[in-house]
Design a protein around this ligand. Structure first.
Ligand code: ADP
Ligand code: MG
Ligand code: MG
Length: 247
């Protein structure tokens, strides 16, 4: 699904941050990326999603076999790449529901599909929101306006479930991720996950991996993946930290 080869990237007119990343994600897999602060984890997720502040200087990013390096973030989203925090804006007067309806129909349109019939849309919203324990009044609130940390998480995961991407990239940067928010993310991912899609989960927190079973755990440090293992690697990191890997 996703194939990253020797990826180098820098901040626009800045230093190189990604220094030769290799990563292959197949359908059905959950990959976790861990690593010290400043390693380049968020940069990697931004570069995959196509955020404009970064410049790819070498290497390849293939999504379903296609080079996506020149695609705008919207095009990548339409192809099925979802990044959490992709829509962090507050939009007064636009409800959670209306925003996701518009986003979903836009994606459908970009893929040559008709708008989803209102009834079907409503049923889907009801189904997904129930699965996430989202209440009706939340759905009619203005997007992100005055949302608590947990509500932002819930909205993000709701967006992921509604848009049903092929590849979901979740960058759990928020150091304030409390146990409730962890649960929201974990339950959402576990519900979303199937044999046809994939998840790239970026986290500082081993704890999250107690609730989500990763197939692979990668350690990113200083712009490179310096170690790959299975879930036991996350446990080892929790116990020993990162220093033993950094020499
Ligand atoms: P991580 O998510 O692993 O903590 P980041 O990808 O956020 O790491 O950052 C990697 C390095 O790149 C850090 O040194 C950070 O300061 C720098 N960096 C990332 N994005 C920017 C940016 N937009 N402008 C300036 N420096 C940045
Ligand atoms: Mg950071
Ligand atoms: Mg980060």
């Amino acid at each position: 699904m996703l194939e990253i080869k020797n990826l180098h990237a820098k901040i626009e007119d800045g230093a190189e941050i990604l220094k030769g990343i290799n990563l292959e994600i197949k359908p059905g897999e959950v990959h976790a990326i861990m690593g010290p602060n400043g390693a380049g984890k968020s940069t990697l997720s931004s570069v995959i999603a196509g955020k404009e502040d970064y410049e790819v200087t070498d290497g390849e990013i293939l999504f379903e076999g296609e080079d996506i390096r020149e695609d705008a973030p919207e095009e990548r989203a339409h192809k099925g790449i979802f990044l959490s925090f992709q829509y962090p804006v507050e939009i007064p007067g636009v409800s959670v529901t209306n925003f996701i309806k518009a986003a979903l129909n836009e994606t459908r349109k970009a893929n040559g599909l008709e708008e989803m019939p209102a009834k079907e849309m409503l049923a889907m919203i009801r189904d997904k929101s129930e699965k996430l324990g989202i209440k009706k009044d939340f759905l009619s609130r203005s997007l992100n306006e005055g949302f608590s940390g947990g509500e932002k998480k819930r909205n993000e995961i709701f967006q992921m479930m509604m848009l049903n991407p092929k590849l979901a990239i979740l960058d759990e940067t928020d150091s304030g991720l409390d146990i409730d928010a962890l649960r929201i993310v974990a339950d959402g991912v576990n519900y979303f996950k199937n044999e046809g899609n994939a998840v790239l989960l970026i986290t500082h927190y081993q704890r999250l991996l107690n609730y989500i079973q990763p197939d692979f755990v990668h350690v990113l440090a200083n712009g490179k993946i310096i170690k790959t293992g299975d879930k036991s690697l996350a446990l080892e990191l929790e116990e020993k930290g990162y220093d033993w890997l950094l020499n």
